[in-house]
Design a protein around this ligand. Structure first.
Ligand code: R5P
Length: 296
């Protein structure tokens, strides 16, 4: 069995898979002069798992995935599942405003048409939106793993909003420490974030904020500000997917963050010293095995 690895997957993951004895197949790809993508699977593939990640260049990564699945059909190869390390477009999982699409439906529905029923993901924004499409979903919540692998000692886990509460609960219960959540409001037009004041028992404690994505850094910066006001002694952020767009790095640096712990689920640009990247190859292999991956 092989793993068909597409262009969004970071090198460090590809190296890790190879070291673990996985037969990694990477298709030939090129861009036509008009900007369209071309892909060709040149090696023999009988059955496989397809692996992709979707940042940066989210739109291209989706198209590449669709093309790869259609190429596999042409080869009569069996694809037993798709693993997406970071699934883009997952935050638009509702029609927040009239006239909007549920983007994740639009982008993931083609997988069903291409014969895929099972999807593995690392900390997808909304698991239920994939289930609503009739996909079987294996979703890993990695925060406890990230805290343990990084060796940080935390005494309290905080979700920056209600949506991240399940993440905080899973990590905190696994570590045997308390957790809570803040309440965040994002203006759907301007993107401005506000957080309701809340009393939390964090004075003198080391706190880990857990979330799925850090994009502009606005959510983390507000939560960190709240925690320091409440007397927290150190604040870490433990976030699965670090997109860090625009001036996010500068914003977080100013917030007094102790460290940002993240995974190599996306291709990162150069990162400052206070960002620590935990390798998630082990989690990918676990998901692959759950999906039925066998190394022969
Ligand atoms: C939103 O609900 C997500 O879980 C993250 O909290 C959000 O995407 C973070 O975005 P930003 O870093 O731009 O505040």
């Amino acid at each position: 069995m092989s793993m068909l690895v597409l262009s969004g997957v970071p090198e460090s993951i590809i190296d890790g898979l190879k070291s673990a004895g996985v037969r990694v197949v990477m298709p030939y790809t090129k861009i036509f002069p008009d900007g369209e993508q071309y892909i060709r699977i040149e090696e023999e593939v009988d059955s496989c798992i397809v692996l992709q990640s979707m940042y940066p260049e989210q739109d291209r990564r989706f198209i590449e995935l669709y093309l790869a699945l259609e190429a596999l059909r042409g080869l009569n190869a069996k694809c037993i599942g798709v693993i997406v390390l970071y699934l883009a477009y997952a935050r638009q999982d509702k029609r927040f405003l009239r006239g909007e699409p549920i983007s994740i439906y639009a982008l993931m529905q083609p997988l069903k048409l291409l014969g895929i029923d099972r999807v593995g993901v690392i900390d997808v924004h909304s698991e239920s939106s994939l289930r609503n499409l009739g996909l079987e979903v294996l979703n890993v919540l990695p925060h406890k793993y990230m805290i343990e692998k990084s060796g940080i000692k935390v005494e309290f886990v905080l979700a920056p909003d209600k949506g991240a509460l399940a993440r905080a609960k899973a990590a905190a219960e696994g570590l045997g420490i308390p957790y809570d959540n803040l309440e965040k409001f994002r203006d759907r037009i301007t993107g401005e974030i506000t957080m309701k004041e809340k009393r939390l028992d964090v004075a003198g404690k080391t706190v880990a904020i857990v979330d799925d994505i850090v994009s502009t850094g606005g959510t983390l910066a507000k939560a960190i500000e709240n925690l320091y006001k409440l007397g927290a002694s150190k604040v870490y952020a433990v976030v699965s997917h670090a997109l860090l767009v625009g001036n996010a790095i500068e914003k977080l640096e100013r917030s007094g963050i102790e460290e940002l712990i993240t995974l190599n689920t996306v291709r990162h640009r150069e990162l400052p010293k206070w960002v620590r990247v935990v390798d998630c190859t082990e989690l990918v292999l676990d998901i692959a095995k759950e999906l039925g991956y066998r190394s022969v």
